[in-house]
Design a binder for this molecule. Structure first.
Ligand code: NAD
Length: 309
């Protein structure tokens, strides 16, 4: 089985590559600030250093694979607020360039890895896969655009692409700009942690390994043209998340600095994942175990994150 993983040197993509021991894996990654070959050191794979938007390169790399898992993206909402152009280029143009290469190479299965953020924000209840898209940040708008292009390639050309949409991931190897590794590494260095607004924003957390398990399943049995939600295992306000992190690090609220809220900050995301569960998926990592493992990993691997801060 020949598998192409775009963005395989990033956070979730590298978890995915580490958990594909039986496949012949090619990783295509531009190694932006978020990509690091050290994340997949010692894991068998062929590495191609290149840009998703490079159609000529994709025309050479993509053919011959049995399945393409598309993780590569600009992924940090705050960076998209500071400047959206790279997000449009990689997430929209890059995705279209990849889909076109997959179409020309007649790839039998493509999985587009997406996010709950495409739906905007929801006060109560949970979204199902037929919820209309209403993205509110530039990041979310580019992911929604990529999903629409993927669906259009399915409808128009019959490209066998499925989409996964997941909540907030955590785990080892996450770039220390995202809230969990940012807070852990700040606390490890004796610094304060910045908490946005009133801390009441709600996110549904999932360990990256569970997310990858779901993506693999969709790769195996997901229907082309269909979307599958991957819900988390712990719906928490940022205040509750902060309390968990302070407890895990032996710190208290004197280490918390309240900062101005993120612009356009979505209040709550929540996914109904019954459709995926009907395929046999269930998460395996409790938030308590996953967070303890994650804290241990950052404590044990300062050389990985210190160079990224
Ligand atoms: P990440 O930022 O850690 O990694 C992204 C990877 O893509 C990096 O290795 C980077 O070098 C590579 N990349 C960026 N631009 C590229 C380009 N033009 N060409 C080739 N490679 C390029 O991201 P992540 O958190 O691992 O997210 C992976 C995917 O999962 C993304 O598509 C993201 O939207 C999606 N997702 C993430 C989360 C989350 O909580 N992190 C939740 C749901 C969905």
């Amino acid at each position: 089985m020949k598998v192409l993983v775009t963005g395989g040197a990033g956070f979730i993509g590298s978890h995915f590559v580490r958990t594909m021991p039986d496949a012949e894996v090619t990783v295509l990654d531009a190694l932006t600030y978020a990509g690091d070959r050290a994340n997949i050191e010692g894991v068998p794979h062929e590495f191609v250093h290149g840009d998703l938007c490079d159609a000529e390169l994709l025309g050479k790399v993509v053919p011959g694979h049995d399945i393409v898992f598309h993780f590569a993206a600009e992924s940090h909402v705050d960076r998209s607020i500071a400047g959206a152009q790279n997000f449009v280029r990689t997430n929209v143009l890059g995705t279209q360039t990849l889909l076109q290469a997959c179409l020309e190479a007649e790839i039998p299965k493509v999985v587009q890895v997406s996010t709950d953020e495409v739906y905007g924000t929801i006060e109560t209840g949970s979204w199902t896969e037929d919820e209309p898209l209403a993205p509110r940040s530039p990041y979310a708008a580019t992911k929604a655009s990529a999903d629409l292009i993927a669906l259009a390639y399915h409808t128009t050309y019959g490209l066998p692409v499925s989409i996964t949409r997941c909540g907030n991931n955590y785990g080892p190897y996450q770039f220390p700009e995202k809230v969990i590794p940012l807070f852990i590494t700040n606390l490890l260095e004796g610094k304060k942690v910045p908490l946005y607004g009133d801390g009441g924003n709600v996110r549904d957390w999932i360990h990256a390994d569970d997310h990858c398990r779901a993506i693999r399943l969709v790769g195996q049995v997901g229907e082309p043209g269909e979307i599958y939600h991957v819900a988390g295992t712990a719906e928490l306000t940022n205040n509750e998340l902060t309390q968990h992190l302070l407890d895990a690090m032996g710190a208290d609220w004197s280490s918390v600095e309240h900062v101005a809220d993120r612009k356009g900050h979505d209040r709550r995301y929540s996914l109904d994942d019954s459709k995926l569960r009907a395929l046999g998926y269930a998460p395996q990592t409790s938030f308590a175990d996953g967070l303890a493992q994650t804290v241990r990993w950052y404590s044990d691997n300062p050389s990985w994150w210190k160079s990224k801060r």
